[in-house]
Design a binder for this molecule. Structure first.
Ligand code: AMP
Length: 300
């Protein structure tokens, strides 16, 4: 089993209708690795500053996450600040401080280079490209990104897209990158550039998994109380890829469908509390229960 995840490990300052939290642990790599750790033992690649809490690194280890690719450098950890309105799908980024991520160019340990699955989570596309050049023959490459990189580095992003099998995007990002307003048109346009599947995440409305000749629609698990939507997308990707790594299925459509449901289930848990709290003590049986409730929800 091997899933390598490169993404941010961060401090987030967040404001939602349920409160404000200053500099709590977050980051695309954090959410994704924790979500994947319910299925497999992911290997993380990231950098943090010397202000990052040791207890979170211990939490990663206790969840079986391989942290040899997590560097600690003198300086400050990546910091992101965002505000959500009453609609959890609408958020405004207030600040992105790359800090130690700015010049981070890791050398992957030899066993990381042989990963079956590589996930380029949301991070500077130059770094995503660098990681990709170091891995040998992954069976599946997946990527995610955010508006900031689509606006500032579309060139490297489109180059990476040509090499990936699964691209995770939300509706806003996919429209921005494809310059199309219709989601299906946008998805098809980007599928032509290389990916086998595009997972279009639509927040509380679920996701669409578009293949070259297929469309799979998935609901989001109905949640009445969304406390903090941060990390839902990364947790979706972590559940999705962790499951595929566990079953060693990289392109079978049936497994891709199941992986999407696990992705949706993991995302539905993380939004129930601020930051990564919900993953700290989440029994596997609760994940399985929600998976089966989900099955009931959509069968007719
Ligand atoms: P999500 O809610 O799944 O889109 O992911 C939110 C996470 O992405 C937060 O925990 C942030 O720390 C992280 N993040 C936000 N902007 C960036 C960025 N430009 N590069 C890397 N990570 C980011």
């Amino acid at each position: 089993m091997s899933l390598v995840i490169v993404g941010s490990v961060a401090f987030d300052t967040l404001e939602t209708p349920h409160g404000r939290r200053e500099k709590i642990v977050g980051g695309s790599g954090t959410y994704c690795s924790l979500a994947a750790s319910f299925f497999t033992q992911p290997k993380i690649v990231a950098v943090v500053g010397d202000d990052f809490p040791e207890e979170t690194i211990e939490l990663f280890k206790s969840r079986g996450i391989d942290v040899r690719g997590l560097e600690i450098q003198p300086g400050k950890t990546f910091h992101w600040e965002a505000r959500y309105g009453d609609d959890p799908n609408q958020r405004t980024t207030i600040k992105t401080e790359l800090n130690v991520f700015k010049d981070f160019r890791p050398q992957l340990p030899p066993d990381y280079r042989q990963a079956d699955i590589v996930f380029l989570a949301n991070i500077d596309p130059d770094l995503q490209e660098d990681i990709l050049s170091q891995v040998q023959k992954p069976k599946l490459i997946a990527m995610d990104t955010i508006n900031l990189w689509i606006k500032t580095k579309p060139g490297p992003l489109l180059r990476i897209l040509e090499k990936v099998n699964v691209y995770f995007a939300n509706d806003e990002e996919i429209k921005l990158l494809s310059k199309e307003q219709n989601l299906i048109k946008a998805g098809k346009k980007l599928l032509e550039r290389g990916p086998t599947f595009i997972v279009i995440k639509k927040g509380e409305h679920g996701a669409l998994v578009l293949g070259k000749d297929s469309v799979f629609g998935i609901l989001a698990y109905p949640c009445e109380k969304v406390i903090d939507p941060t990390g839902a997308g990364d947790s979706f990707a972590g559940g999705f890829l962790g499951y595929l790594d566990k079953v060693k299925a990289f392109d079978k459509e049936g497994e891709i469908r199941k992986a999407s449901v696990y992705g949706s289930v993991l995302a539905s848990f993380i939004i129930e509390d601020f930051g990564i709290n919900r993953f700290k003590s989440l029994p596997l049986k609760d994940i399985e229960n929600r998976f089966f409730q989900f099955k009931k929800l959509v069968s007719f």
